[in-house]
Design a binder for this molecule. Structure first.
Ligand SMILES: O=P(O)(O)OC[C@H]1O[C@@H](O)[C@H](O)[C@@H](O)[C@@H]1O
Length: 321
């Protein structure tokens, strides 16, 4: 009864937005955002996870594992999971996130609508469950706005400490699995000369020396205090993803390559060739909120036809908003 009631409330709210609330082939609640030029995005209420982003031509821009589990209470490998309150190896939780398994709801008290003319957007809310409180006893409100533009997808996240006395301390990552033609043909620009912790070498600290990051084996690094703009260039697809971020100083870059892929149950053996995981993150320094305080983070990805030549990328251009 309660579930039906929540369902009806959500549908009522959604009728006012350019979005559809439907069930996917596995019976999960999904919301489809549609942009007038034909671009679309799919958001699963389970995990508040964007699982598809297509451009106006219908090309899928996000990677979803061929072995992804589509079951409530399980994490889905691919798309854009939100990692909160802990990012792996830095917190006390085994998994990167509590909220990846939450059933998010439509935010009954969303922030003001976008002022940049975006019509296709969605506001979701996640609160701790009773089970969460047993393993991480903190009261929070986590808000997520997903906004779809003609060529861009923006995720704005807000965390509010609703404790009366206790501070809230957490790490955060917007973990984006980008679909690429062939990982060996991909380069990342904008992280040159940035320090990173190498997760494959017991988190030892190094400084990025190359002109760009390219891939020829497993890579798992946390780049620290990065520029706000990073480019992911897919030569074969002639596509560049421009990632801009605010409030999330670090960036995680991950590809498991062949051996590690075989140890990950929900990843196909060859999936690593077609994916790149890049995360806008706050990893090195935890975010600490006093009671009543709110933190905001933002990631915008724009997919453009590659006209980039190496060396033309200006990584210090600030985010536009
Ligand atoms: O398996 P998960 O929790 O989705 O994590 C995937 C990867 O996420 C990256 O953030 C980590 O740096 C990797 O070490 C990790 O394997």
């Amino acid at each position: 009864m309660a579930a039906e009631y929540i369902g009806r409330c959500q549908e009522e709210k959604l009728r006012k937005m350019p979005v559809d609330l439907v069930k996917d082939a596995f019976g999960c609640d999904i919301i489809i955002l549609r942009e007038p030029n034909g671009a679309s995005a799919v958001v699963h209420l389970h995990g508040g996870q964007v699982t598809s982003w297509k451009n106006a031509q219908g090309d899928e821009l996000l990677f979803l594992s061929s072995k992804a589990t589509h079951k409530p209470s399980k994490r889905m490998r691919g798309g854009i999971p939100i990692c909160f309150p802990h990012v792996r190896n830095l917190g006390s939780l085994e998994q990167q996130s509590l909220v990846r398994c939450h059933n998010w709801t439509i935010d009954p008290n969303p922030p003001p609508p976008p002022t940049n003319g975006i019509k296709a957007y969605l506001d979701l809310l996640s609160r701790p469950t009773a089970a969460d409180m047993n393993i991480w006893a903190h009261n929070f409100e986590l808000r997520l706005r997903v906004s779809l533009g003609m060529a861009n997808l923006t995720l704005t996240t807000r965390v509010k400490n609703i404790e009366k006395v206790k501070a809230l301390s957490f790490n955060f990552a917007i973990c984006t699995y980008i679909s690429v033609s062939d990982i060996s043909e991909v380069r990342i620009e904008g992280l040159e000369t940035t320090d990173y912790l190498d997760n494959l070498k017991c988190k030892e600290r190094f400084t990025e020396q190359g002109n760009a990051i390219t891939f020829d084996g497993e890579l798992d690094r946390v780049y620290l205090g990065t520029p706000t703009k990073i480019a992911i260039i897919d030569h074969e697809k002639k596509r560049t993803f421009e990632l801009r971020k605010d409030g999330l100083p670090d960036a995680v870059v991950w590809n498991p390559w062949d051996k590690k892929s075989k140890t990950i149950a929900d990843l196909g053996d060859d999936d690593y060739m077609r994916m790149l995981c890049i995360e806008s993150a706050a990893v090195e320094k935890s975010i600490v909120l006093k009671p009543g305080q709110e933190w905001k983070g933002r990631q915008e990805i724009t997919a453009v036809l590659s006209s980039y030549c190496s060396g033309q990328f200006d990584r210090h251009v600030a985010s536009d908003g």
